[in-house]
Design a protein around this ligand. Structure first.
Ligand SMILES: [Zn+2]
Length: 195
């Protein structure tokens, strides 16, 4: 405790508060933004200019539809592609659907009358079950070196037993290609497509 006597300020004291005139930016919706002119203007606007070509677009987008499509094509072309081994599960970005094996993919294409290309399929990767000593950190305290050997042995045995076993799958960013499911005669423009 400090020896300095605490100052007492009652609510009716002039020191408690003063009436001041405050200047700041107020948006068209009546929201006060203080010095933040940019945010106030953004709140009050209905449209913005495309960051690429300057065309006026609805607020919420940063680029016009044409430029967004241009960006999408560039992004798509930059993605890594890999021929599917026909065993690794796939994730269809177009249909938001996991497809676990070749038969399931074939059935799906039949049902939706689309080609493999239309799935926008990416390869999945395994999620393995693994335990780290950290998992018991709250019980072990700071010094993991004192962890009982039985615990570290059990963790090693668990990790060894689960190694290579998929307990679930996650989509990666690698686009899957599949020559077998892309017969020339099916590559027709205007096929039904999700989205
Ligand atoms: Zn544009």
């Amino acid at each position: 405790m400090s020896d300095k006597p605490e100052t007492v300020v009652l609510p009716d004291s002039p020191d408690a508060a003063q009436l001041k005139t405050v200047t700041g930016w107020v948006s068209r919706h009546g929201l006060f933004y203080g010095k933040d002119e940019i945010q106030a203007r953004y709140d009050g606007c209905t449209h913005v200019k495309c960051s690429e070509c300057g065309v006026v677009v609805e607020k919420g987008y940063t680029a016009c539809e044409e430029c967004r499509e241009k960006f999408r094509i560039v992004r798509e072309a930059d993605r890594k592609r890999e021929e599917w081994d026909q065993e690794t599960p796939l994730y269809s970005e177009a249909y938001s659907e996991y497809l676990m094996d070749f038969d399931e993919v074939e059935d799906y294409l039949d049902q939706h009358e689309c080609t493999f290309e239309h799935l926008d399929a990416v390869l999945c990767e395994k999620n393995e079950a693994r335990i780290e000593l950290d998992h018991f950190g709250h019980l072990l305290g700071d010094d993991y070196d004192d962890a009982p050997k039985e615990l570290t042995d059990a963790i090693d045995a668990f990790n060894k037993a689960m190694s290579g076993i998929a307990i679930s799958w996650s989509a990666t960013d690698v686009v899957a290609t599949c020559k077998e499911l892309q017969p020339e005669d099916l590559r027709v423009r205007g096929m039904p497509r999700a989205k």
